[in-house]
Design a protein around this ligand. Structure first.
Ligand SMILES: *[C@@H]1O[C@H](CO)[C@@H](O)[C@H](O)[C@H]1NC(C)=O
Length: 383
């Protein structure tokens, strides 16, 4: 009788532990292709280029190609107008976006595309007071440069913990700095930015596009990528001195950039790919450890890290908006924000699952061994 009872107990605990392992595996295998988060949102004619995530607001933020507006997009795809700034030049484009968490501000680079008159500026909006504008800082050209011949292109922006913004100039290959009071200056014009060969694959869509995506690292430097050479630079926050980051491959047509704080992973997006990069030595050298093909039709331009360290790219179809290739009066209404995950990372996570399952079994065997001993002891006592 006793023996029978203990064997049923053992069998049911075995079943339980299997169940436990299955539940664990289910919980831990992360966002694979199957449950990747896709957000489609409707905003007629928006054609957004920039994307960021606002942690307190728990929503994405996107800018408009021509309507001088900035919008929030919830993870369910609900669009709200955060900022409408009619004092920006008519038809100006909102490009890079960044959240200044220390001051609860939204920073946006503003640029007028030809044939509009040249205009490059950084705007700061107060998120505490419903999006009122704090400043609009015009960005200075190089001394002696004629803006009417070759215009500056204020493209992407990163912000440090004191509220200083760093803006890339894609046309002239330098970086502006705008302090928290809106005072703008030319911050870094390292000769290195003009030292690298333009990639053979660079076609007319990005042959003239230099410095582009930029991220700030609290260890005192910025990382910036250059579209037409595929190079990455590490730029000292104090001096503006640049160094070339040694990579195992070039990031040809690199556009937006983001950094995941948890593990320091850097993501770089191009119209074709999202690259995942890591470094062991604070970016003297970096390694592209994964690349994911993106939907070229959607024209991805920006990447951001949202809640729970998930990586999202923006499909804003900007080129269609610029060339007006849609039918007259029929501007596109729907755009997308999609989660992208690295298979290599989920692979690593799966190994963790197996390790956990293994541990579960080991624990189970140990437990069964203990039970056997207990029962033997009890048998000894009763006899
Ligand atoms: C702005 O765009 C609208 C619509 O395309 C156009 O009618 C208008 O002339 C543009 N304004 C300027 C200043 O180019």
């Amino acid at each position: 009788m006793k023996a029978k009872m203990s064997s049923t107990g053992c069998r049911s605990s075995f079943v339980l532990s299997i169940l436990f392992a299955v539940v664990l595996a289910g919980l831990l295998i992360p966002s694979s292709t199957a449950n990747r988060h896709v957000i489609n949102f409707r905003s007629p004619g928006l054609y957004p280029e920039g994307l960021t995530w606002d942690p307190p607001g728990q929503h994405f933020i996107v800018g408009s190609l021509h309507s001088r507006t900035i919008h929030s997009v919830s993870d369910a795809g609900v669009v709200q107008t955060l900022i409408s700034d009619p004092f920006l030049p008519e038809n100006a484009t909102i490009l890079g976006l960044a959240i200044d968490s220390s001051n609860r501000r939204l920073l946006a680079t503003i640029h007028s595309l030809p044939p509009l008159p040249p205009f490059s500026a950084l705007a700061a909006y107060d998120l505490r007071s419903g999006g009122g504008r704090i400043f609009l800082a015009p960005l200075p050209s190089l001394p002696g440069d004629d803006e009417d011949i070759a215009r500056d292109i204020a493209n992407d922006v990163a912000v440090d913990y004191n509220g200083n913004a760093y803006v890339t100039n894609s046309a002239k290959n330098f970086i502006w700095k705008v302090d928290r009071d809106g005072v703008a200056s030319i911050f870094s014009r390292s000769p290195l930015f003009n030292s690298q060969p333009v990639a053979a694959e660079a076609d007319e869509t990005f042959r003239d596009c230099g410095l582009n995506g930029i991220v700030y690292n609290s260890k005192g430097y910025l990382l910036v990528v250059q579209s037409n050479t595929g190079k990455m630079f590490k730029v000292d926050e104090e001096t503006g001195t640049a160094r070339l980051v040694l990579l195992n491959r070039d990031l040809i047509a690199a556009d937006g950039m983001a950094r995941r704080r948890r593990d320091g992973t850097v993501m770089v997006v191009s119209q074709k790919k999202l690259w995942f990069l890591k470094s062991q030595d604070s970016w003297s050298e970096g390694v592209i450890y994964d690349e994911v093909d993106l939907d070229v039709e959607g024209f991805p331009t920006a990447v951001t890290v949202a809640g729970q360290d998930r990586v999202y790219v923006l499909y804003g179809r900007v080129m269609e908006g610029i060339t007006g290739s849609h039918k007259e009066g029929e501007a596109r209404e729907w755009f997308g924000i999609e989660e992208v995950s690295s298979e290599k990372e989920s692979g690593e996570d799966k190994i963790w699952v197996y390790v956990l399952i293994g541990l579960g079994f080991a624990y189970f065997c140990f437990w069964r061994f203990q039970m056997k001993r207990l029962i033997t002891n009890m048998d000894k006592k009763t006899t």
